[in-house]
Ligand binder design. Sequence first.
Ligand SMILES: *Cc1c(COP(=O)(O)O)cnc(C)c1O
Length: 360
Amino acid sequence: MKRVHNFNAGPSALPLSALELARDELLDFEGSGMSIMEHSHRGKEYERVHDEVLSSLRELLAVPDSHDILLLQGGAHQQFAQIPMNLLRPGQSADYVITGGWSERALDEAKNCGTVRVACTTQVDKVYRRVPTESELQLDPNAAYVHITSNNTLFGTQWQTFPKTSAPLVADMSSDIMSRPLDVAQFGLIYAGAQKNIGPSGITVVIIRKDLVASARTDIPKIFRYSTHAKERSLYHTPPTFSVYLARNVLRWIKGLGGLSAIEQRNREKTDVLYATIDAHPELYRAPVEKASRSRMNIVFTLPSEDLEKRFLAEAQKRELIGLKGHRSVGGIRVSTYNAVELASVKVLCEFMNEFAKTA
Ligand SMILES: *Cc1c(COP(=O)(O)O)cnc(C)c1O
């Protein structure tokens, strides 16, 4: 068996132990004589898995009783629409802070649902090199909510602290949820597609304040109401059972490491060596992101020419360093160091980068 150094931006690397457990349990889940995929979502075997995921998320993220945790489908993209459908009423408007490609998409979709305002954008010459400071935000005190993207997967920027807002703060955390401890109480709503830090694609985690669930619009289709799913513990209809099962395995792995403080420490070690390697060769590796906004999930840099970047990627591939090409809209190199990426893989990459710098 071969396992490469997987730096994919999403879907991305999963912890080996989570995959091994899935392999071992695939044909006969806990002595039931069938795989978890073949179980009814109303049966006790699946319910146990489902409840473990909900309780592990609550424990690891220290989600207070004031908030519900939902396991939905449709990815972060569905939330781009579902959030305004639920929380934005006619006559109201919602504030969007634009820090990259995903916040642009969230804004565009919200425009299809109601009135929106841009409270701030950090775009300059078509790119984003930083997240804003709190004082730059021009917030509408009457906004239905304020939407931010906590980690900008394409441009490699990340909020280090979150703004205090009078309107409920809504955050797309698809690419950095579970990467560090979080004060969930600060947020009205957090959402994240699972496929970066929680498991495979198929589930979207939504953490939402209960009063927002209760006061959300009811003049929308039932399937899109948060209240529908909150009432039924996300078992209103068939959930993507295998994705939920794999998330269970990933969350067990996080617990085994010691929870989110330990995960944060791990992520810091990985990105400290990587940024140090980039900064050690400023003539070759150019990091466009301002230091204070540097992401610890997606590390972006460019080389002086596209030819050099192509050579870099080709030689990296030969060493089984995979998934390093920047997003098609941004170019350059992007290293995604999500939770499951091991420090050892990052060190192999850094050794390669140091060697490449000698020959380039
Ligand atoms: C990956 C990603 C998305 C897209 O998620 P889908 O599940 O494909 O809809 C949205 N926002 C952020 C921040 C992402 O990293």
